[in-house]
Design a binder for this molecule. Structure first.
Ligand SMILES: Cc1cc2nc3c(=O)[nH]c(=O)nc-3n(C[C@H](O)[C@H](O)[C@H](O)COP(=O)(O)OP(=O)(O)OC[C@H]3O[C@@H](n4cnc5c(N)ncnc54)[C@H](O)[C@@H]3O)c2cc1C
Length: 406
């Protein structure tokens, strides 16, 4: 019995975490008629640090579900190519317009809007239940078997019993810690400072990346403001603070001079949030009665902005494999192993590529005071339009795109 005798809840599947992985999975299970409860510890989805990209393969999934048109009526911006300024040279490096998908672009939409949309779709099904302000604090066990989740809700503690728990609670997953999973830390040489600056009608068209002496700066178009990521060496925040806010503003202007008239919007360090970058993965994604997916199974680097997409693909594969089991009988360890087997390879390949970019490009740039020149591969991409289809495919669709099976 939970500590303050709150009524228990029983469900077929308890999904912990209402991020991209959890909300998509909740939706897919409810759509298949499976009783599912999704727990989300926050009151709403409004958090600034969330990534904003919805990739072609995610939109393909939505197309297969018949909800893409509705999704695209929400305010969003579309990018069909990715450009990067390296030193003084501007290069196009990816072109999505030839992908074999319905949507041949990346949609930029604040993640809270995307999650609201998934919630709205999931709410159409009576077997879906989202419990906001409800934080999982521990697993409930019977021998080796996980049989439920203990959670803190708005009215106190409660127990949720389920045949299967799915941890979608992100890179600091409570469930994965509670189950004692070993995490393989791959590491990242950088952290990110996250800030916003207003956008003016006269601003240049969107350039995604600016790489200059010792600096990497990303600007994401959020219609009425720029969401900016200023990449610093890992653990370098004290040094940035020591140089002072004026020096930081000047660095931004050096990278994007048109921001000169508004860097004063950064009035103190509270306007600049530190996001610690982690890259890691679990060796084993499951225990009896418990499966981890999304960042809970593998924290992704922001390189390529593919974490949301991978989380969604994990959710689709999980539903494809587990829906028949959850509908008809017990979920076995072999079923959970099948999910890991399906998704571990694209995860490893994506992380390998991210780590290569981190170590070969980003680290070198952050260490150097010289104006960088584009590496050979980037020059080739800039020169030959056909080659730009390859990065577009890897970023836009991933190594193993999933499709709706049920
Ligand atoms: C700086 C930075 C920028 C990034 N930019 C991008 C980008 O542009 N595009 C992109 O695709 N990816 C980006 N990523 C990666 C991306 O954010 C993640 O890979 C993706 O959000 C993972 O989705 P998820 O559903 O697995 O986990 P999350 O998005 O982390 O969602 C987990 C959810 O679980 C909830 N939760 C946590 N603990 C509990 C608990 N105990 N009980 C209940 N609820 C809980 C959280 O509140 C959260 O809502 C970025 C990452 C970083 C660090």
């Amino acid at each position: 019995m939970p500590p303050n005798n709150m009524p228990d809840t029983t469900t077929r599947c308890c999904v912990v975490g209402g991020g991209p992985a959890g909300m998509m999975l909740g939706f897919l299970l409810a759509r298949a008629g499976i009783d599912v409860v999704v727990l989300e510890k926050h009151t709403d989805f409004l958090r600034d640090f969330r990534g904003d990209t919805v990739h072609p393969s995610t939109m393909q999934v939505m197309h297969e579900l018949g909800i893409l048109d509705a999704f695209l009526t929400r305010p969003h911006s579309e990018i069909r190519t990715i450009g990067v300024r390296i030193g003084d040279t501007f290069l196009q490096v990816a072109d999505f317009s030839h992908l074999p998908t319905k949507a041949k672009f990346i949609a930029f939409i604040p993640q809270w809007d995307f999650l609201d949309f998934l919630t709205e779709q999931a709410n159409r099904f009576p077997t879906f239940r989202l419990m906001m302000r409800t934080e999982a604090t521990d697993l409930i066990r019977e021998g080796d078997q996980m049989i439920g989740v203990r959670a803190r809700g708005p009215d106190g503690m409660l127990d949720i019993h389920a045949q299967l728990m799915i941890a979608c609670d992100g890179r600091h997953s409570t469930l994965r810690d509670a189950a004692g999973f070993g995490v393989v830390e791959i590491g990242a040489p950088m952290d990110v400072l996250w800030l916003r600056l207003s956008k003016h009608a006269t601003d240049p068209a969107q350039t995604l990346g600016r790489i200059d002496a010792g600096r990497v700066f990303i600007m994401l178009d959020r219609n009425d403001y720029w969401q900016c990521a200023f990449v610093i060496p890992k653990g370098g925040i004290d040094e940035v603070h020591a140089r002072g806010l004026d020096a930081f503003r000047a660095e931004i202007v050096r990278l994007a001079s048109f921001l000169q008239d508004r860097v004063h919007e950064l009035t103190n360090w509270d306007d600049v949030k530190l996001l610690t970058v982690a890259v890691n993965r679990l060796n084993t994604w499951f225990r009896p009665g418990l499966l981890c997916i999304g960042d809970a199974a593998h924290a992704m680097s922001p390189v390529g902005g593919v974490g949301i997409n991978l989380a969604i693909q994990d959710a689709v594969a999980t539903a494809n494999i587990l829906v028949p089991r959850l509908t008809r009988g017990q979920v076995t360890l072999d079923d959970l192993r099948a999910v890991q087997r399906r998704r571990a390879w694209p995860t490893r390949m994506t992380q390998r590529l991210q780590v290569a970019v981190q170590n070969r490009i980003i680290s070198n740039v952050l260490r150097s005071n010289a104006t960088p020149t584009p590496p050979f591969a980037a020059r080739l991409l800039g020169r030959f339009a056909l080659l730009r289809r390859l990065p577009a495919r890897i970023i836009g669709m991933g190594f193993r795109p999933e499709h709706i099976r049920h």
